[in-house]
Design a protein around this ligand. Structure first.
Ligand SMILES: Cc1cc2nc3c(=O)[nH]c(=O)nc-3n(C[C@H](O)[C@H](O)[C@H](O)COP(=O)(O)O)c2cc1C
Length: 214
């Protein structure tokens, strides 16, 4: 099946895969410039081409574009962030500073994509070990889908930054967005055009990645 046609009104970056892989980086500050709807559809389509256990495609995506919805989601999550940061022993001023920074991230980006785990169509096993492995596999493939999405975004001239925040308050996100119990929020991706080009973080050399080759 061929991919749907390229999106108009976006400026593609690197044409080749290697440049896209090493060019992508996490962006945490965005311009307010809108993102074409078709570009969002295309990157979600790219995510859907990721490998998954038994081809189960254990992912669903939520797109939050409306600024009022983005605001209420950020406000709901902020409550949990406050509780958790206080548990970490931070003083009130630091708690508020960090919460404000995260809230701003969600409000400034013109679009949020929430990558959700969907286990309703995965395989069931009679024993706990294989059942747990099935869930681990589904989460692994959620990572593959998210990386596809990030690479497709970057290639299209758009940017995103991975936020793990939904993992720490999935119920809050589900309630705020009115999601069913089978759609478990895992990853939040603020999406837009980067306000600046962040530095690439260095990577370990190849020699330290391979622990055995014989
Ligand atoms: C599972 C996962 C969770 C992450 N959570 C966050 C997060 O909550 N906030 C954040 O700013 N970055 C988060 N990141 C982004 C990493 O900090 C970033 O990928 C890493 O520092 C490498 O930088 P790069 O993406 O620019 O190459 C996360 C990345 C992954 C894979």
């Amino acid at each position: 099946m061929s991919p749907s046609p390229p999106v108009e009104n976006v400026a593609p970056r690197e044409p080749d895969l290697w440049s896209t892989i090493v060019g992508r980086r996490s962006v945490r500050a965005f311009e307010t410039q809108a993102v074409p709807r078709r570009a969002i559809e295309r990157v979600i389509e790219a995510a859907g081409w990721a490998p998954s256990p038994h081809g189960s495609q254990p992912w669903r995506f939520v797109v939050v574009e409306n600024s009022v919805r983005r605001y209420s989601l950020a406000a709901a999550m902020a409550e949990t962030w406050r509780v958790q940061l206080r548990l970490d022993g931070l003083d009130e001023a630091e708690v508020e500073r960090r919460v404000a920074r995260s809230v701003e991230r969600l409000q400034r980006a013109p679009v949020l994509i929430i990558v959700c785990l969907y286990l309703a169509e995965t395989q069931s096993y009679p024993d706990a070990q294989r059942q747990a492995a099935e869930e681990t596999m589904a989460i692994q493939s959620l990572g593959a889908a998210t990386q596809n999405l990030l690479l497709a975004l970057y290639q299209q001239g758009l940017d995103a930054g991975w936020m793990c925040a939904p993992l720490f308050c999935p119920d809050v996100v589900q309630t705020s967005l009115g999601l069913g119990p089978d759609v478990r929020p895992h990853v939040m991706l603020p999406i837009g055009h980067a306000a600046a080009d962040p530095k690439r973080r260095p990577r370990r050399p190849l020699s330290s990645l391979i622990v055995q080759w014989k």
